[in-house]
Design a protein around this ligand. Sequence first.
Ligand code: NI
Length: 217
Amino acid sequence: MDKKMIIDKTAEYVKNFLKNDSTGHDWWHIFRVWKNAVHIAQKENIDLFIVELAALLHDIGDYKLHNGDEKVGRKFVTDWLENLQLEQSVIDSVMSIIDNMSFSKNVESKQELSKEGQVVQDADRLDAIGAIGIARCFMYGGHRGNILHDPGIKPIMQKSTEEYKKGEATSINHFYEKLLLLKGLMNTETAKKIAEKRDTFMRNYLQQFYSEWEGTS
Ligand code: NI
């Protein structure tokens, strides 16, 4: 199989697996991360094949999709890569990206990532901010049963991975606890520029939200 076929087959597999997801990790999230990643990768001198595979598979092993079991999720991904009969070095590169890129893995200390991994991480983080980020934030909050906003509940700047997994109490606080921090965490210049724009959009959105909340606009 050539690389293009492997990417197409993997996209088809992921699309099928995530068909009915409503946690914000649906196929179209993967699609956007994939496209974002290819766009960012253009300016970097890196292995696009690794970038595309990791972008497509980055959420398949997520504990949320496997009844909270990370090991089951991880095996799902390695089984797929082994079935494709890829070289072990390719499998290792992709797995090391997937294992280390998530926000929750990086709460306590920053994980080492390859250049390819940094691009996929940027692409994933970009999808959590801006207009789409706002939409996903409320969708995920609804899925968790969180409330929209309560002026009496202050954001908690979470410290541990466990605390992060427990989730936040309100969707608006999620902006302060995570989304507005992402701009400062981008690895590549291309992603930094895009993040800047999306961050401004979110801050404007929040301003409008609060003035509507107070009935002043
Ligand atoms: Ni993702």
